[in-house]
Write a protein that binds this ligand. Structure first.
Ligand code: FDA
Length: 444
């Protein structure tokens, strides 16, 4: 239910951030640097449901590397002189010279996680962990939405924060194909490391891994390594694992300028660009890992013990958890031949989808405008377009691939994006201070 504004009753933050993954962490840093510069202070607080900072912990495989240059860290593209850069982190950890000698743009995933944790610790006062945002209520001043009351659960308590602007950075959710239900033996790869830990000492005999993207290839390699007596059956509809296109010209699709051009493009051009450049990110595997998997398959052929089996041009037609084992019926898409595989687990590495933040918005959700395909309309400054007048904004970090392009759910443009969001918040606040009749239409 909407509320009437009662000025002075509760402190009002300029920004409340929902979620504290890399996107909102980068925003917290941009705000901190803005406030330290002597500019008008922007007050902010972030709410994160995890008990501490955590970035895809289930996939922090020791050997996995980042798929983005370390120069696309939380800050460098916005402020190369920032003290929150990956280079500053390396310096603080005493590894700068070792990293330089490594001659490598792509740090280990565990190392980047440590970098994120290091940066998050430096802005610890801006975030409440263990706090899940449950809902948002509009606070009305006449016809306008003046503030947002953010309701969250922290332990057994309910907490409420009032905000002029909300920044929704709720990230990705594991995607299971329609009809698949997760169980003890049927998982999404997002929980991989915890599941593997639980299986240690149980001598599993077979895994089925569904998918042909980077995660699927990583899962197949890890299970093959960790359980030397187990068979790993990779099932995918492609002919083979295909490489991620990280060539220089294609890489420009991740540039800040590409966001401008994508945003301004017509819908057919947007779709065309996504078709051309999807292989920079989706269903694509690092070439080194493809070579490694191929080496294993070939070696096993020579030795006559095939433990890594590829079911290409195939799909899992039926997957049934029988409690003691899971039966996967794999169907060839070209011959229709069906193979029954009894396995200890079936792992779906079938991608992620952006979390839909609108259920959190309660009655405001109905005011969020959508395009003909039911997708949120989003302004260039990442504000959701609304049918009601908001004094502040509902900003999105993520879930904007259809409007802003492929970097939406990636790290590549994060530093620049948070700079743009902050500039929008600061400009609109200044405009509000200069105009007593301030009521900027949300659709402007
Ligand atoms: P992210 O999902 O990281 O964070 C969202 C946060 O919001 C979470 O901490 C969640 O707990 C919290 N949250 C959600 N709902 C909440 C609520 N109601 N209340 C409170 N908190 C809530 N990209 C890239 O560019 N290079 C790379 O190398 C990789 N590597 C990579 C590996 C793996 C295994 C995955 C799954 C993904 C990547 N990515 C990537 C893409 C990835 O989306 C990106 O790295 C960041 O996670 C995006 O950061 P966000 O903060 O937007 O979301």
């Amino acid at each position: 239910m909407s509320r009437a504004v009662a000025e002075g009753q509760v402190p009002v933050y300029d920004v409340v951030g929902v979620g504290f993954g890399p996107s909102n962490l980068a925003l917290a840093i941009a705000l901190t640097e803005h406030n330290a510069s002597g500019a008008d202070t922007v007050t902010a607080h972030f709410l994160e449901c995890q008990s501490g900072f955590g970035w895809h912990r289930g996939m922090l495989i020791d050997t996995a590397t980042m798929q983005v240059s370390f120069l696309k860290d939380l800050v460098t593209m916005r402020n190369p002189a920032s003290g929150f850069s990956f280079l500053s982190y390396l310096h603080a950890r005493g590894r700068l010279v070792d990293f330089i000698n490594h001659k490598n743009l792509f740090p280990l995933r565990v190392e980047f996680h440590d970098y994120f944790e290091w940066a998050a610790a430096k802005v610890d006062d801006l975030v409440s962990y263990g706090t899940e945002v449950l809902s948002v209520k509009p606070v009305l001043d006449g016809e306008q939405v003046a503030y947002f009351d953010v309701v969250a659960r922290s332990g057994g308590d309910t907490v409420e924060l009032r905000a002029r602007n909300l920044v929704l950075g709720t990230g990705l959710r594991p995607n299971l194909p329609a009809g698949v239900t997760a169980s003890e033996r049927v998982w999404h790869n997002s929980g991989l490391l915890h599941r593997v830990e639980a299986l240690r000492g149980t001598d599993p005999r077979r895994f089925v891994v569904v998918g042909a993207g980077q995660s699927a290839a990583e899962v197949a390699a890890l299970l093959h390594d960790e359980f030397p007596r187990a068979e790993v059956c990779a099932v995918f509809s492609r002919y083979g694992y295909s490489p991620a296109d990280d060539s220089s010209f294609a890489n420009r699709i991740f540039d800040p300028e590409a966001v401008d051009r994508f945003y301004a493009s017509s819908e057919p051009v947007k779709q065309r660009l996504m078709r051309y450049h999807g292989a920079t990110n989706y269903s694509a595997v690092d070439l080194e890992l493809i070579d490694e998997l191929y080496r294993r398959v070939y070696r096993e052929k020579v030795l006559g013990v095939e433990r890594l089996r590829l079911f290409n041009v195939s799909r899992p037609a039926e997957v049934t958890d029988h409690g003691t084992h899971v039966r996967a019926v794999v169907e060839s898409l070209d011959t229709a031949e069906r193979t029954e595989l009894d396995a200890d687990a079936v792992v779906y590495a079938t991608g992620y989808r952006p979390a839909d933040p609108t259920p959190l918005l309660g009655e405001l959700a109905a005011a969020c405008l959508r395009d003909g395909d039911g997708r949120l309309r989003v302004e260039r400054d990442y504000r959701i377009t609304t049918g009601v007048t908001l004094r502040g904004g509902l900003y999105l970090q993520g879930g904007t691939e259809h409007t802003h392009g492929i970097t939406s759910s990636l790290l590549s443009n994060t530093a620049v994006r948070v700079g743009e969001i902050l500039a929008s918040i600061v400009d609109r606040k200044a405009a509000a201070a200069g105009r007593s009749d301030y009521a900027v239409s949300a659709t402007r």
